[in-house]
Design a protein around this ligand. Structure first.
Ligand code: F6R
Length: 363
């Protein structure tokens, strides 16, 4: 039941402080953490010499966020490939490859095909999924269950943040087993992760304001999302959320890429959403915002408190103070909620957008 919410999507958005808390309850043990059987041994981790990520849609975005953390902490190159493209991408997959797949349903045909292809080449498959006993869970070598609870709304929200939380713990475990996680970083990251549920709650406290923000988008033909580094992935996820339920065309771009073509489409009144949660890059994104503003674009920025960012933007949503690493788990919350209100104001069937199914079991 919707438990008093107008739609499952809004209910599921609001469940995110609880679903992220569940992940903490499962893994945190005193001052440290333990993933039990859902991970690999130090020896197994040592044997991987290449890492692939493959999935679809929102689940792919979760995997792409993980890529940044894996490369930073484990210091191993990671290749990410959309599942339906993996077979056509010259995959250099061997018996020493770890393939990570993420899937809410555990039944997505494209993801399953990518996984079977990698398996046929001898790779080890690690699956992050929400559905116990699903096909992907059964065929993977190791499974990490998200335990986000059933997700009814076609547009994925709590499954995404749960996938991220689970992936972060997996990567911490991996780094620790390879001796690549010093105590101070472990303490810092665990403390940041522990604060996620409270931070989500405080973001959701201001949710009524989003309805008003949403008014700015309902007559748009197109919306642009920009970000740098991992913020670009959040931009892609925000864009997907908006387009699938509001039916407004939207596009995500790495902020620096705009000037190589797409900026030609910016005219007075064009709505742009800028993600800015990576502190070393906030000045750069602020200057991209100035370029866009001078061409008449209206900017909503979502990021950490920053004078230059705030002053260059027309509207600003503050992300609670935390480390750059965990920011993607928070910055998506306003984008999900905004997409929701835009779709509601347009009178769309929010939980069952046209042409989409919750689980895509055809190629
Ligand atoms: C978007 C959405 C889809 C799914 C994708 C993969 O909101 O829900 O993009 O993320 O179809 O589905 P799963 O995670 O079930 O493999």
């Amino acid at each position: 039941s919707k438990e008093g919410f107008d739609h499952f999507m809004l209910k599921e958005i609001f469940e995110q402080s609880e679903s992220t808390q569940n992940v903490l309850n499962r893994f945190i043990k005193g001052d440290s953490f333990d993933l039990g059987e859902s991970t690999f041994s130090a020896q197994e981790f040592k044997n991987f010499d290449s890492v692939y990520l493959s999935s679809c849609g929102t689940a792919f975005h979760a995997a792409q966020v993980a890529k940044y953390l894996i490369e930073d902490l484990i210091q191993i190159p990671v290749r990410d490939e959309i599942a339906s493209e993996l077979a056509y991408s010259n995959p250099f997959i061997t018996e020493k490859t770890l393939l990570i797949v993420v899937s809410q349903s555990g039944e997505t045909a494209d993801t399953l095909n990518a996984m079977r292809l990698a398996k046929s080449k001898g790779a080890t498959i690690f699956a992050v999924t929400n559905v116990v006993g699903s096909t992907i869970a059964r065929e993977a070598d190791r499974v990490l269950y998200c335990q986000a609870g059933p997700e009814i709304s076609v547009a994925s929200t709590k499954a995404y943040t749960s996938q991220l939380m689970n992936l972060y713990f997996f990567i911490l475990d991996w780094a620790k087993k390879l001796g690549k996680l010093d105590n101070s970083l472990e303490t810092q990251l665990l403390s940041d992760l522990k604060q996620i549920p409270n931070h989500i709650e405080s973001l959701l406290d201001t949710v009524t304001g989003y309805r008003e923000l949403a008014e700015n988008f309902i007559h748009c033909e197109s919306v642009y999302f920009i970000g740098r580094a991992v913020d670009y992935i959040s931009a892609k996820e925000g864009s997907l959320k908006l387009k699938e339920i509001s039916y407004i065309h939207s596009e995500a771009l790495p902020a620096g890429e705009l000037k190589h073509g797409t900026i030609a489409l910016i005219e007075p009144g064009t709505q742009v959403i800028a993600l800015a949660t990576q502190r070393p890059l906030i000045e750069k994104i602020a200057s991209n915002i100035v370029e866009l503003s001078s061409r008449g674009a209206e900017i909503l920025s979502v990021g950490f408190e920053h004078k230059g960012l705030k002053e260059s933007s027309d509207r600003f949503i503050a992300i609670p103070e935390t480390s750059d690493y965990v920011a993607p788990i928070l910055s998506i919350i306003p984008l999900q909620t905004l997409a929701y209100y835009v779709a509601v104001l347009k009178g769309n069937d929010v939980d069952k957008p046209r042409n989409l199914a919750k689980s895509v079991t055809v190629e």
